[in-house]
Ligand binder design. Structure first.
Ligand SMILES: NCc1[nH]cc(CCC(=O)O)c1CC(=O)O
Length: 304
């Protein structure tokens, strides 16, 4: 087989992830080359993501490169990949999840402040709502950019702390102090690197099936089914995390109002059976427990 062309965004985090996929493929004796592609998500950094009004801004350009056969596969942070994919594009491999959690990073001058007094910079609806659920009077500021840019802004700008995915910090090997945040439930599929390919490309799909991590795949498919059942195409403060060990799954999920005042949660341990759509079942339980009304208020507020 010819060298496998790996499409990726060109941020340091994305390149790390592409090299990680390359390493797995090379371990299976395939040759690889990395092709960085500039995405429109990287070009427009002035507005928060939800305000850009489109999903998939990080993945669109890689989808195009796949469909034009400029690359054979595309590597993504799975949490940035919309649940509905373009025709003929499929997620085929999922690397083992290392870290899923959100962590808080403070600037030196705010180390002594109690959590409820911190001005936190985050543009994520989920992080804001889950923080407000705990600290109803908290103030936020917007922040965008990659992990390194956001750390620089933490030094330079007028806020106390910001929230990161621990996976990003570990991958970038950054020597920063961080605190775990027990009030958070991570974003569906946070911390997972996934590989997309063309459904029609059987040869590549067979190769990718050799590097997928089955437990991670089961867990993130559950989290993403939970997400897509709840959202139906709009963005909302939703957390979901599944862990699997010896056939046992623990699933935690939460939907909150934008101000964090109303939250509906699920936390279940069960034995995994094939051919069940647990993510959908658990989301329907939340929808029937008041989630439907919560979602319609969120949709009306965000005007999607
Ligand atoms: N929102 C952007 C984003 N997409 C993926 C990661 C990190 C890697 C991951 O969580 O999979 C991050 C940074 C962050 O949320 O702090």
């Amino acid at each position: 087989m010819k060298s496998i062309r790996i499409g990726t965004r060109n941020s340091p985090l994305a390149l790390w992830q592409a090299r990680e996929v390359a390493r797995h493929l090379q371990n299976n004796n395939y040759k690889t080359e990395i092709t960085p592609i500039l995405s429109s998500g990287d070009k427009n950094l002035t507005q928060p993501l939800y305000a850009l009004g489109i999903t998939g801004i990080f993945t669109r350009d890689l989808d195009t490169a796949l469909l034009n056969s400029e690359v054979d596969i595309a590597v993504h942070s799975l949490k940035d990949v919309p649940t509905a994919l373009p025709e003929n594009i499929e997620l085929i491999a999922y690397l083992q999840r290392d870290f899923h959690q959100d962590v808080l990073v403070r600037k030196a001058s705010s180390l002594q402040k109690p959590l409820h007094e911190l001005k936190v910079a985050t543009s994520s609806l989920r992080r804001r709502a889950f923080w407000l659920r705990e600290f109803a009077h908290a103030e936020f500021s917007d922040i965008r950019g990659n992990v390194q840019t956001r750390l620089q802004k933490l030094e330079d700008l007028d806020f106390d702390a910001t929230i990161f995915s621990l996976a990003g910090i570990k991958r970038m090997d950054l020597a920063v102090e961080y605190e775990e945040l027990p009030m958070m439930i991570s974003a569906p599929s946070q911390g997972v690197v996934a590989v997309a390919g063309l459904s029609s490309n059987k040869e590549i799909n067979e190769v990718l099936s050799q590097i997928t991590h089955p437990e991670t795949q089961i867990c993130v498919q559950m989290e993403r089914n939970f997400l897509s059942t709840l959202e139906g195409g709009c963005t909302a403060p939703i957390g979901a995390f599944a862990e699997m060990q010896d056939g046992q799954v623990r699933f935690t999920g939460r939907l909150c109002s934008l101000d964090g005042k109303d939250c509906i949660e699920t936390d279940k341990i069960f034995t995994f059976e094939e051919n069940r759509n647990y993510g959908k079942e658990l989301a329907e339980e939340i929808l029937n427990n008041g989630g439907r009304e919560l979602m319609s208020v969120i949709k009306a507020t965000l005007k999607i």
